[in-house]
Design a protein around this ligand. Sequence first.
Ligand SMILES: [Zn+2]
Ligand SMILES: [Zn+2]
Length: 169
Amino acid sequence: MKDFERLKNECIQEVTRLGIQLGPVTSWSINTRAKSRWGLCTRHPDGTYSIEIAESLLTDERISEQSCKETMIHELLHTCKGCMRHTGTWKRYAEVINAYYGYHIKRVTEGAEKGVENYEGTAEQYKYVFTCGNCGATIYRKRDSKFTRNYRHYGCARCGAVAWSRRTL
Ligand SMILES: [Zn+2]
Ligand SMILES: [Zn+2]
C-alpha cells in the first residue's frame, strides 16, 4: 500500500515549485468502486475542487509510485485556472512537468502504461497469481518470465519474505 498522504504532498510540492498555482482542493478521496478511470477532479460551484484517485493506484503493487503520482498531478492540474480541459494551459503545464520531472502525464493513460491491464480486464486474462505466504500480498502475471519460473527465490516487495506460492489461472 502506497503512502497516499506523502505522495499527495510530494505532488503538490513538485507542481507549486515550478510556479504553477493550484486551485483550492477541499477533499481528496480514494475511489474503491470506479473501474473506468484512474482519477477524477470535480469543480464545485464555489470554486473549490475535489479529487478522487482509484484505489488500485495505491494498492496494486505493479503500479509504480511515479505512475500513481502522474495521475495525482494530472488531476491537480485540473484545479489550475482555465484547466478543466486537457487542452491549452492544462496541456502546457503537463508538458512542463513532464519535461522537468520525467513524468508521462497525458490526457488518457492506458492500463498497460501503468504496468497493468485496463480496468475492464479480469483475472481471466492473467496466467498466474502469486500469493505471499507471509503477508498475503498478491500479484498477477500475464505471461512467463524470470519471476514466474523462479518465484521460489524471490522476496516479497512488501514484507521481504521468500514465500511466494503460484497458482495457474
Ligand atoms: Zn483529466
Ligand atoms: Zn509478503
